[in-house]
Design a protein around this ligand. Structure first.
Ligand code: PLP
Length: 448
């Protein structure tokens, strides 16, 4: 039943790659030589022709429990058969409340309330909006300024790209939000190269917030948002003491601190949230991805009790926050979330990430000395390898590593610029860590 204007096209071909405009993808190169995935199980993807591909990236940093876990599949199937959808505007369902309570229990301090949405981008925009609205209900409506960080990635909504610090994600999209400033990023190769975990150098960069406060005055600043570990811009672990210092400065000036834990949440750094690893309680935490091991789109914001309670005023029948999504707390996403959280708890996967951290670090740092390797960083079950760029072709070497890794070596990795980023599912075994490192070594030699 194609539209009449389309009858000339052969839309019956099952493998027609034309219509889907892939996100964050070199579409023309992909469509000339596609990297297709047909199914997955545990640590592995399988291509349509049955080749095994080990997942070095947990999908997109999200499949923390590994792929196609039977318990999650069963929970999604049962939920779809019981309650496919119900609105969360003025109505509720048990799964949403159960998952929110579960996440609140896992969060540090008085991060007691959860606002659900459907992605990391929505979680970020939601957190920024809650921060702005909070200052309004507190009678401090002049606090409108949002502070992000260079090399931050906070998704692709207008809020997220405004506080984010990736030039390509910003330069084509107009004027963005007004009243945004940025902290400097924390990476310095000369001071930090080949560090394991948090680098020693760089805590002083948090003091740049003092400079920003001096420039704008605290009375105009609503919130600071940072990823505890910048993931998408190439895995930049926080310098020792940096996040603690940011918290101190935010406290000094009454500025809200938001941790974007879309990647670091749910075990990636060996604790439920990075906030726990660093002993810092932010005012809000954004999460997504690992909440249900990437199985159904879901994101959310954990909010401190005092912020939530500030909204709970006025007549009872009046909506307290004019914000939400049709699919906020979708029943299938919640069912998947509860099943994933059971797996994380029963298999102690967050502790597993902590135990494996040194094994992982040894394996990935073992690639030092291979051709073009400029730096290697590891933290938790995350790693990054910076490769030297080819003359006049930034990104080409890592792109080739990603492509040949998938096509020839059976390894899925994520690349950004000429950096290879790694984040295997938390079920990875020591042997599989070795398998990933061996494949990487061969790939890095091939793209020399
Ligand atoms: N925030 C961070 C820290 C992320 O790493 C990401 C995605 O990688 C996002 C936000 C955006 O999430 P999504 O792609 O689900 O919108």
């Amino acid at each position: 039943n194609a539209h009449p204007s389309k009858v000339a096209k052969d839309l019956s071909a099952p493998n027609d790659l034309e219509a889907w405009w892939l996100p964050f993808t070199a579409n023309r190169a992909f469509k000339q030589k596609p990297r297709m995935v047909a199914r997955a199980k545990g640590m592995y993807y399988y291509t349509p022709d049955g080749r095994e591909v080990i997942d070095g990236a947990a999908g997109l940093w999200c499949c923390n429990a590994g792929h196609n876990r039977d318990e999650i599949t069963a929970a999604i199937q049962a939920q779809a058969a019981e309650l496919d959808y119900s609105p969360a505007f003025q109505f509720g369902h048990a799964g949403g409340f159960a998952l929110a309570s579960r996440i609140a229990q896992l969060a540090p301090g008085d991060l007691d309330h959860v606002f659900f949405c459907n992605s990391g981008s929505e979680a970020v925009d939601t957190a920024l909006k809650i921060a702005l609205a909070y200052w309004n209900v507190q009678g401090q409506g002049s606090r409108t300024r949002l502070i992000g960080r260079e090399r931050g990635y906070h998704g692709v909504g207008f809020g997220g790209i405004s506080v984010g610090g990736i030039v390509k994600n910003r330069q084509f999209f107009g004027t963005l939000l007004a009243g945004v400033d940025h902290l400097p990023h924390t990476y310095n190769r000369a001071e930090q190269a080949f560090s394991r975990g948090e680098p020693e150098w760089g805590a002083h960069l948090a003091d740049e917030l003092e400079r920003i406060v001096a420039l704008h005055d605290a009375s105009t600043i609503a919130a600071v948002i940072v990823e505890p570990m910048a993931g998408s811009t190439g895995v930049l672990p926080p310098p020792k003491g940096y996040l603690q210092r940011l918290r101190q400065i935010c406290d000094k000036y009454g500025i809200l601190l938001i941790f974007d834990e879309v990647i670091s949440g749910f075990g990636r750094l060996g604790t439920t949230f990075a906030a726990e690893r660093y002993g810092v309680v932010p005012d809000m935490i954004t999460f997504a991805k690992g909440v249900n091991s990437g199985t159904v789109p879901m994101g959310g914001v954990l909010v401190r009790k005092s912020i939530h309670d500030a909204f709970m005023k006025g007549p009872d029948h009046v909506i307290e926050l004019f914000h939400g999504y049709t699919y906020s707390g979708h029943p299938l996403a919640c069912a998947a979330g509860l099943a994933a959280q059971d797996i994380y708890r029963d298999e102690k996967l967050f502790e597993r990430a902590k135990t494996l951290e040194p094994v992982w670090a040894d394996a990935i740092h073992g690639l030092k000395g291979l051709p073009n390797v400029l730096d290697i960083r590891t933290i938790g079950l995350v790693g990054a390898i910076d490769l030297a760029s080819r003359p006049d072709a930034v990104g080409a070497r890592a792109y080739e590593a990603m492509d040949r890794g998938f096509q020839e070596e059976g390894l899925m990795i994520r690349v950004t610029g000429d950096t290879i980023a790694l984040s295997p599912p938390l079920i990875v075994t020591e042997d599989q860590i070795g398998e990933i490192a061996d494949k990487l070594a061969r790939i890095i030699r091939k793209v020399a």
